[in-house]
Design a protein around this ligand. Sequence first.
Ligand code: SF4
Length: 434
Amino acid sequence: MTIKCLLVNPWIYDFAAYNFWARPLGLLKVAEFLTQFNMKLFFIDCCDSYKIKKYGTGKYKAEVIEKPEILKKIPRKYKKYGISSSEFIEKIKSIKNVDLIFVTSIMSYWWYGVKEAINILREKFKDTPIILGGIYATLYKEHAEKNIDVDFVYEGQVDERLVEVIETLGLKPEKINKKQKYWWQMNFYSEMKYAPLLTSTGCPFRCPYCASSLLSKSFEQSNINEIIDEIEGLYGLGIRDFAFYDDALLYKAESHIKPLLKKIIEKNMKTRFHTPNGLHARFIDRELAYLMKKAGFKTIRLSLETVNIKRQIETGGKVTNEELERAVKYLKEAGFLPNEIGVYIMYGLPGQSLEEVKAGVEFLKKLRVRIHLTEFSPIKGTYYWQEFVKTGIISDDLDPILTNNSIFSEIFAGYSKEELKKLKLDVNNFNLLL
Ligand code: SF4
């Protein structure tokens, strides 16, 4: 008997959102995994509604919604990004009935969007089991079990455990295919301007503010030929823009990214690559910078986070100022323009003064690169989360909605709003002149 499964990516609920090559890759990996079994798949991405701009990025369609009570005092508009609720209801109506539903969750502070999607699904598919997975489900299993009406909260990456869960829900998945299909072979999206690529899972570093090791227990890199097959398949569909989702794309560069880029260059594909996740500057040498240029990297983001040496060491030592300077030098020598090289620095880290953030901005101005200020917000389960709890800044049962990086630093970092605004303006003006 064929099991009919519906996979859903709920809306983003936030003060601001922009589609920088975002796809629900975890859910798409679930879909790929399920193609081995006697299943028919249906797919709804509530966020698949945006106006395409440069390189496939775009502005989401959005509607202003009422803020939950807990956000009432924040003087900003709260929005739901993606398709409307009525469009969602139309889509699920057209599916008639299903045997099983998977819902993903990405940022923990979007959990109200997850809850809304599940309430609608429950109403339409009364007795159908629902499994919730994804990042919020993994980091906040108990919270999700308590606050969202689902049959099972699944933690971590998709693997054979999922089959056991499906069986406990009374269904009988049978393996009928040895090989999984790729998600993009299933025509889930009517228009694909870009594709996400994941060439490795996890990260060998353990930065105290990062959830990477909580979401993937080990660091593994995929086989180069398999990655090439995937890129070629997508390229054959007309896709030219690819966004790497890896946490440590450049790690072990000699056996991973360098041979991969050499093959792409050999094949003479006209690809454009983007790295919305920060890259490790440490691993960029002259050869790698050259290969990146030749293979078509267009959007580069490097992670610095802070210019303060003591804090760099305390936060895991993934990069030094000298390593960043050297990487920028090699990238520029390879032909990248200043505005193609972006560097992330954070503000709002525990104990971080605004002076430290300003020093980081000045450092990057001298390097003549795009500056990306990112707000810190603590992630449950990380070392910094524990520190915040221990020092009484937050409580362990803080509503995940308050970990929204657009508001966390405003509420908890203690910076002068005026000073921060001035700094952001200064950074914007600098970036515009690059
Ligand atoms: S290097 Fe990046 S991905 Fe890895 S643990 Fe640190 S912040 Fe996370």
